[in-house]
Design a protein around this ligand. Sequence first.
Ligand code: PRP
Ligand code: ZN
Length: 299
Amino acid sequence: MDRDRRLKLAVQKSGRLTEPSLDLLVRCGLKLSRGKDQLVGFGENMPLDVLFVRDDDIPDLVQEDVCDLGLVGRNVLEEKRLALEARGVRVSFETLRLLDFGRCRLSIAVPKDTAWDGAGTLAGKRIATTYPHLLARFLAERNIVADIVTLSGAVEIAPRLGRADVICDLVSTGSTLEANHLVEVETVLESHAVLIRTPVALPPLKNDWVERLLMRIDGVQQVKESKYIMLHAPRAALDEIRRLLPGSESPTIIPLEGHPDKVAIHAVCRENVFWETLESLKRAGASALLVLPVEKMLS
Ligand code: PRP
Ligand code: ZN
């Protein structure tokens, strides 16, 4: 039965997470074919299919075991968690990985000419948002009583329409706020993408693939900043050069034929290697410096 063999992963249909989510899956080796039915992508080389849905639906789809996995923003996930808890429903999706994309924040923003003197300024104000639960928690934690105006979208124009005094909305580049003459004044929640899974136990075959996928995701996240660096160094400068190599545990040191006073050093650096680092290495006596991107890593 297909249900027992193929994983279903929910991904945002169109929005800030769509492209980086698909990019992550491609880096994990997935070949996806999307036919006429744009809502489901079929994994050609893995028993994994991708469902393209509204991001707000992803926690429910996973919680209700319609999908096994979901890639969703922490903002959507935490809002849903609070909404379910308010209804007395126990939250049971499990967060498997925090991911390094989809960074944004849920923030309070006010019209440009507003006098702002800290969160207390919100007392008695009408605040438009699509995140009523996160906003309510933020206000309650600060003992602020305000009027939450729950909207389903286009929050940024609410002050101009006279529906609210201020807003609580997602900000990433800030261009939406800028275009609507609003200024960000407080952060309610920092967000990024997360991978969640169903609370229901999976059959062994599917479980194995979840494990493999996690291992690949870890590998992808590790190599993003990693570089492979090669250089020649005088033996006398070895200690200093090892000290300068950013985030590398045990470099390989190779003798150089015909140069008893020199060695070649190869190292994986877990951080980006900047020009400044190369310049310091050169000053310490290094030559023939070469920095290569790392494509895959498995430890
Ligand atoms: C958010 C938010 C703003 C925009 C801000 O919407 O509501 O419209 O992103 O981004 P910016 O700072 O880069 O301009 P989102 O795309 O998440 O849509 P959704 O809430 O409907 O999922
Ligand atoms: Zn959304």
